[in-house]
Design a binder for this molecule. Sequence first.
Ligand SMILES: Cc1ncc(COP(=O)(O)O)c(C=O)c1O
Length: 414
Amino acid sequence: MDSRAMIELERMPFQQRLDKQYSFYETEVQKGFMSGRQGHGPVDRKMKYKDLNSDEFREVLVFGSNSYLGMSNDPYIKSKVVDAVNEYGIGSGGSPAFSGYTKQHRDLELRLAKLAEHDDAVLLPGGYMANLCWVNGLMNRNDVIVYDKNSHASVINAIKMTNVPFYSFDPEDLDSLDTLFQKIKERSKPGTQLFSTVEGVRSIDGRIIDLKRYIEVCKKHDVITILDDAHGLGTVGPTGKGTLEHLDLQGQVDLRMSTCSKALGAQGAFVSGSKKLIFLLRTFSFPYCFTSGLAQPTIAAIDAALDLLEKEPQRVQKLHDNVKYMQDRLEDLGYKIIRGETGIIPVFFKGDGVVQKLNRELYNRGLFANIMEYPMVPPGMERLRLSIMSTHTIDEMDQCIDLIDEVATEMGIK
Ligand SMILES: Cc1ncc(COP(=O)(O)O)c(C=O)c1O
């Protein structure tokens, strides 16, 4: 479905929309695009996928996984998970507000709080829930949130669900943010609290904005800040602690969220902050209180991934070396990319529906990558999104680039 078709879809009455979306699923998706592919076997840099349309299996090189440090299938982590299954069983048995909070949960919360240089942290089943957690736990209709216009769907969804008045801002234009805060304050009732959220490593292009200035602007207006560092943990910073460590700003935001489902290769997420703010989330945030606590084997996986990050910080450097290799080669071949600082490389191609076709063909020839299309990015900004792992070899990276070049040349879109 191209961007125009998606916009038309949004305007349709429900029954018509339902039929249209269902027919899209039956045709396009089943042809092998997006969820029309089903992974088999461990998540790694080479995987077996099944095309749900043809039922054909295909071995593919994976350049579309968020497991940036190759930890999803790591033998040390897996052995720790097996130990945890034997010692603690497979589930927490309840929500943290009731029976699902154990010593393993507490120990990991404290370890993550220390990593973030905050007082305390809460653990959530995933980054999506973590974003619901802080919006829902802290805000109501008397506050105002100003969010990064590129925020993840979970932030936008959380804001809608919580009914908090909102504005969006462009993180590349912090002068306008300063003015926007001023205007909101002039128009608001006394006592209105402003909150603002921004991404650390940006999920759309792997870049990092001027966070130092962002924090200064927020402090100037007494705005409570929340950093979504889903893609930063494990990928940047001298010891992989994330964007704030990378910029020497540890502990400078009021709340930080990171997910453990990307570079740490597992699942779950945390929100860290001051003792008071985290107490509020722990006691008042429904998305924290009323969903089952993380399963103990998952806690063990996160713990073991953090062990590896501490013991083998060279994994982070290897990721950066690989990213640079891919960026240099793609640019040498004339491709328009965004040079980010992490494992995400967006590659741009002109023409409506072109990246979808390209990606399908890449998959047919043995390369799994992702695309970003409307509504994730504005129409005209669709891109192929390559995700690099520290474990990719030079040979695998060369194969990836050769395949892209081969297909793009054949399609006449190079
Ligand atoms: C910026 C950002 N925040 C939050 C999330 C949600 O994280 P999770 O997959 O752990 O739910 C994602 C996942 O893609 C993300 O990119």
